[in-house]
Design a protein around this ligand. Structure first.
Ligand SMILES: *Cc1c(COP(=O)(O)O)cnc(C)c1O
Length: 455
C-alpha cells in the first residue's frame, strides 16, 4: 500500500481533508466520506487509513470493471448505519424478534420501490447477494438431480447457472447452451433444440459477459414449449432495464433475479422479482430456506438506490452508459481490436486480444498499473486456459457515474491501445508507456468527481 501523505491532497483536493492521527500526531490525507471518518480514525487509525487509501485508489483509477459502479453518497450513508444492529428474521409483520417498528417500514419501502420500478407483483429484497438469490430460486422451484439449463460459463454465463464447480452444477443435472462461433451471439435454435432434448425444469437467461441484448420473449417461448420455469438473471443489466436502456424481462420471465450493486448502482445485495404465483415459494426459500436475518443496513441502501433509479436523471444515466459503451467499442475497433460479437448493445465490451498477441491477464495487469482497471476474461471458444484467457472485459457503468461521456471514452480506448500495443511489442519496455498513461489518467480523473466521496 502506498502511504497516504500530504501531497496526495493535491490530486483530488475536493475529496480530501487532512486529519491529525491521535496516536502519533502525524497528518494523514483522509477522504471525505459519508461514514463518520472521525470516529473510525480515532478508534482504528490503521483501518481508517486503509479505507482512505482505497477511496483514493477508486478516485484516481478508471473503473472499467463491468460489474462495478460508484454508489451515491446517500446510498453509502444509508448502508453504514445502526440498521446493522438489528435482527429481523422473517418478513414485515411476521418476524421472529421484537423491535421491528421501524425495520418493517424500511423493508416495505424497499419492496414497494422495487415493485414499482420494475412493474412486478412481488419483490424479495433480502438475498445477501446475487449467488444466494439464484440458489433460492433453485430451492423454490426444483429438487436436487433435476435438469436445469443455462448459458455455459466460458460463453458468458454465470457460475450459478449450473456450472460444474458451483453447488448448482454439483446438485443439479445442468446442461448448457453456447454462443455461435461465427457471430458470438446466442443461437436461439440451439437453445430450443437443447431444451427439447433435455426438458429442463429451469432455464436461466442472462450472464456476466454478454455484450448483446437478451431476447426475453424468445427464451419465454422456448420455456413455455418445454414446460420450464424461465429465470432472467439481470444482475449486470438491471440498471439499464430500470432506466429503459434494455428491454425488460417482465411479462416474459417467470422469475427475475438481480444483484443491486452493478448497473443498478446500489449497495452489494440482490433481489428476486416475480408475480404472485411464485411469491410464497421464493420467500420461503430465502428465509428460512437459505438465510437467517436480513442485512437491514443493505436493505436501506437498496431502498435509496431504487429511489434514485426511479428519477428521470437515471434514464439519462442508463442511456449514457450505453452511448459510452458504443463510443468505446467504436474507437477500439477503429484501433484494430476484435470485439466478441463485433460490438455491444449494452454497458459491456468483451475484447478478444488474440490478434494483438497478448493474453488477457498480462494486459489487465499492465492496464491496472496505468490506472485502467479491468478484468481478464475467457472469450467464447477460448484456445487459452481459463486462468490465462484471451479476453479483456470492460464496462462503462462506473465511468458514466462520474459524468464521463463519449470524448473520455475515446481517450480510454487510446490509452488501452497504447498500453496493450507497448506490452505486446516488448513487455520489458512497457514501463515508459505505463508511466506516461498513468499521468494522463490521473489528470483526467482529477477533473471528474467521485460519487460518494464528494459532498
Ligand atoms: C454478478 C452476478 C451474479 C452473482 O452476484 P454476486 O453478488 O457476485 O454473488 C449472478 N448472476 C450474474 C449474471 C451476475 O453477473
Amino acid at each position: 500500500m502506498e502511504p497516504t501523505t500530504r501531497k496526495q491532497t493535491a490530486v483530488a483536493p475536493r475529496a480530501w481533508v487532512l486529519r491529525r492521527q491521535p496516536d502519533n500526531g502525524e497528518d494523514v490525507a483522509f477522504a471525505m466520506t459519508a461514514t463518520k471518518p472521525d470516529a473510525l480514525l480515532a478508534a482504528d487509525p490503521q483501518l481508517a487509513e486503509l479505507i482512505s487509501a482505497e477511496e483514493q485508489r477508486q478516485a484516481q483509477t478508471l473503473k472499467l470493471i463491468a460489474s462495478e459502479n460508484y454508489v451515491s453518497a446517500a446510498v453509502l450513508e444509508a448502508s453504514g448505519t445502526v440498521l446493522t444492529n438489528k435482527y429481523s428474521e422473517g418478513y414485515a409483520g411476521r418476524r421472529y424478534y421484537e423491535g421491528q417498528q421501524v425495520i418493517d417500514q424500511i423493508e416495505t419501502l424497499a419492496v414497494e420501490r422495487a415493485k414499482s420500478l420494475f412493474g412486478v407483483e412481488h419483490a424479495n429484497v433480502q438475498p445477501y447477494s446475487g449467488s444466494p438469490a439464484n440458489l433460492a430460486v433453485y430451492l423454490a422451484t426444483a429438487a436436487p438431480g433435476d435438469t436445469v439449463m443455462g448459458m455455459a460459463l466460458p460463453m458468458g454465463g454465470h457460475l450459478t447457472h449450473g456450472w460444474s464447480v458451483s453447488a448448482t452444477g454439483i446438485w443439479f443435472n445442468a446442461v448448457h447452451y453456447d454462443v455461435r462461433k461465427d457471430t458470438g451471439r446466442v443461437d436461439m435454435d440451439q437453445v430450443r433444440q437443447t431444451a427439447l432434448a433435455e426438458r429442463p425444469k429451469l432455464i436461466f437467461c442472462g450472464g456476466t459477459a454478454i455484450p448483446r441484448t437478451i431476447d426475453f420473449p424468445a427464451f419465454a417461448e422456448i420455456a413455455r414449449e418445454v414446460g420450464a420455469v424461465l429465470v432472467a438473471d439481470i444482475a449486470h443489466i438491471a440498471g439499464l432495464v430500470a432506466g429503459g436502456a434494455h428491454p425488460s424481462p417482465v411479462g416474459h420471465a417467470d422469475i427475475i433475479t438481480t444483484t443491486t450493486h452493478k448497473t443498478l448502482r446500489g449497495p452489494r445485495g440482490a433481489m428476486i422479482l416475480s408475480n404472485e404465483q411464485y411469491a410464497k415459494a421464493i420467500d420461503k426459500a430465502v428465509f428460512p430456506g437459505l438465510q437467517g436475518g436480513p442485512h437491514n443496513h443493505t436493505t436501506a441502501g437498496i431502498a435509496v438506490a431504487l429511489g434514485e433509479a426511479a428519477q428521470p436523471e437515471f434514464r439519462d444515466y442508463a442511456a449514457q452508459v450505453v452511448a459510452n459503451a458504443a463510443a468505446l467499442a467504436d474507437e477500439l475497433m477503429a484501433r484494430g481490436f476484435d470485439l466478441v460479437s463485433g460490438g455491444t448493445d449494452n454497458h459491456l465490451i468483451l475484447i478478444d486480444l488474440t490478434s494483438k498477441g497478448i493474453g488477457g491477464k498480462p494486459a489487465a495487469k499492465h492496464l491496472d498499473n496505468a490506472g485502467l482497471e479491468a478484468n481478464y476474461n475467457t472469450v467464447p471458444y477460448d484456445p487459452r486456459k481459463p486462468f490465462d484467457p484471451s479476453g479483456l472485459r470492460l464496462g462503462t457503468a462506473a465511468l458514466t457515474s462520474r459524468g464521463m461521456k463519449e470524448a473520455e471514452m475515446r481517450e480510454v480506448a487510446r490509452w488501452l491501445d497504447e498500453v496493450v500495443t507497448a506490452a505486446a511489442a516488448d513487455p520489458d519496455a512497457v514501463d515508459a508507456t505505463i508511466t506516461r498513461v498513468r499521468g494522463e489518467v490521473t489528470e483526467l480523473t482529477g477533473r471528474f468527481a467521485t460519487p460518494g466521496l464528494d459532498r
